[in-house]
Design a protein around this ligand. Structure first.
Ligand SMILES: [Cu+2]
Length: 189
């Protein structure tokens, strides 16, 4: 590095200004990152919830109904949030092809047991995580025997509010459309 500097010609006024600009830009970037990390580390005003949300879908023995645990939750606005849904139900509920494709996630993909997918075979779906108002749909693949299916995807929603999600797989007529079971609310704040 030192050797290279010696062979360079003296820096002109234009180059000096350019250097100043670069130093200023680095300052802005480092400052912004520091602010972001500060918000992340101390749960400051910018980020108001966890960046990784875990949900599960399973048969609820107390009610005898299929259920999302939890059905109501809140994610932070304006940042990437990873959602992981662990499905313990090995039953399949063939969905309309519209609900077998991944839509509205970051990158338009999800992972099923670690494999990146853009859809799940319609007759291998147990439930769906569908938010009509945001055009989000994630098919939840069926468990294999006693081995749950783990479905992960990233959401990035800038507009805060309360969004209703629905399961669009014909899983259980008593659970579908019933708040706390196969429909619920996702807060974005
Ligand atoms: Cu369902």
């Amino acid at each position: 590095m030192q050797g290279d500097m010696k062979t360079m010609r003296p820096i002109g006024r234009g180059a000096e200004l350019g250097l100043l600009l670069i130093v200023a830009l680095i300052g802005i970037i480092v400052g912004a990152f520091g602010g972001y990390m500060n918000g992340y580390m101390s749960s400051g005003p910018k980020i108001t919830g966890p960046l990784h949300i875990y949900l599960a879908t399973a048969f609820d023995p107390y009610t005898g109904l299929d259920k999302y645990f939890p059905a109501n939750f809140t994610i932070p606005a304006g940042v990437d949030v990873l959602l992981t849904i662990t499905n313990y139900d090995n039953g399949t509920n063939t969905v309309d092809p519209v609900y077998s494709t991944v839509q509205g996630t970051v990158g338009g993909t999800a992972t099923v047991n670690g494999q990146v997918v853009t859809s799940v075979q319609a007759d291998r779906v147990t439930h769906s995580f569908t938010i009509h108002s945001l055009n989000i749909n994630v098919p939840i693949a069926a468990a294999q025997g006693q081995t749950p299916a783990v479905v992960s995807f990233t959401l990035h929603i800038d507009q805060s509010g309360t969004y209703r999600w629905d399961c669009m797989a014909p899983c259980d007529p008593d659970a579908m459309g019933t708040p706390g079971f196969m429909t619920g609310s996702m807060g974005v704040a």
